[in-house]
Every structure is written in C-alpha cells, then in structure tokens.
Design a protein around this ligand. Sequence first.
Ligand code: GDP
Length: 198
Amino acid sequence: LNYQTAQFLTSAPTLAQCPPDSGAEVAFAGRSNAGKSSAINTLTRQKALARISKTPGRTQLINFFTLGDDVERRLVDLPGYGFAKVPEQVKLEWQRHLSDYLQRRASLRGLVLVMDVRHPLTEFDQTLLGWADDKAMRVHILLTKADKLKRGPAASALQQVRSRLREWEDLVSIQLFSSLKGQGIEEAHARLDDWLLD
Ligand code: GDP
C-alpha cells in the first residue's frame, strides 16, 4: 500500500461519531510524547498529517485518515494518554472512549502501540495490551526514539520488552523505530500491509 497518499478523513470524539465501520483500519495509540504523531508522519512521509498540537485538557479526538481516496483502508490516530495535568474525570472519559473503540470497532485489524524505547510498557500501555488480548486483537509495538540509544542498549531494550511480553507472542510483534533517522519504516509498512490487505 502507498502510505504517502494518506489524507485526513474526519475526527470523532466518540465511537458513535466514527465513520462507517466497514473495510479495514489500523489504529495508533501511545502515551503522550512517546512519538506517535512523529511515527504517523514518518510512515506516511508527510510533515504534519498527525498534527503536533496537543493541548492538555482539550477534548481528545479520534482522527481518521484514508489511504488515497479509498475510505475502506484507514489509519487511525487515537488520543494520546498519560497527561499528568488532566483531571481524573477527563482521564476516565478518554479511557472509556478508547476502550469502546478498541472493543467494538469491527473494522479494526490491529493496533500499533508506540512506546519510547527508554520508557516502555507504562501502566496504561499494559492496560491497552490487556484490552487487546481480551479481543484477540493483534498489536505491533514501535519502540521509537531508538536513535536516543546506542545500538547495543537499543537491542537489549528490544529483547527485554520481547521477554516481558512472551506470553502474548502470538498476538504481539515488536520492533525498533526512529522517526528522526527513518529507522524501521519498511518493517512497520510490512506489518500494516499485512493487516490492511488481509
Ligand atoms: P506524541 O505525543 O506521541 O504524538 O509525540 P510526538 O510525535 O509529538 O513527539 C514528542 C517529542 O519527541 C517531539 O519533541 C519529537 O520531536 C520527539 N521525537 C519523536 N520521535 C522521535 C524520534 O524517533 N527520535 C527522536 N530523537 N525524537 C523523537
């Protein structure tokens, strides 16, 4: 698939307002600041597809992108999580929308979970993995900002995450990624192709 043709389709605050649940889509999730927007922009070779405007406390939207004009193949940018300053009430609300989306969206073929290679598997990352597991949803983990570590430490971070997720190895795949260096693009594209063309 040609990811460079990705274009904005629509934003939705809740599952009910999402576009029709047909065809296939892959959703990107991650803790705020993990590098999710950069990863989406890198994978689509666009500078500002996933806008880097994330004001804590503002309504968080689920953003949909189509590949070219094909509304049946979509990339989805889920709200980032983990803003410390957000009131508990708002946090719970986001979590409910995220869990609704993950559990009920029939066209969702897989979840790309973006983690900073230096801070993988936060508590909420693990919650998301649990939701994915409940639905037997496939998850591909991008350990991003890999350029921040030397080759050896990056490889051992990858091994550590692999071994912590060994019980889920049927559903979960993991790779190193760097938006800054363009590392891991082909591997990630191959996974997306696999899911979206399935
Ligand atoms: P998001 O909140 O998960 O969407 O994160 P962003 O994509 O906005 O990235 C958060 C910060 O990390 C920004 O300052 C980015 O420039 C930086 N960043 C993102 N990806 C990389 C990467 O691969 N390498 C490095 N060195 N910095 C990155």
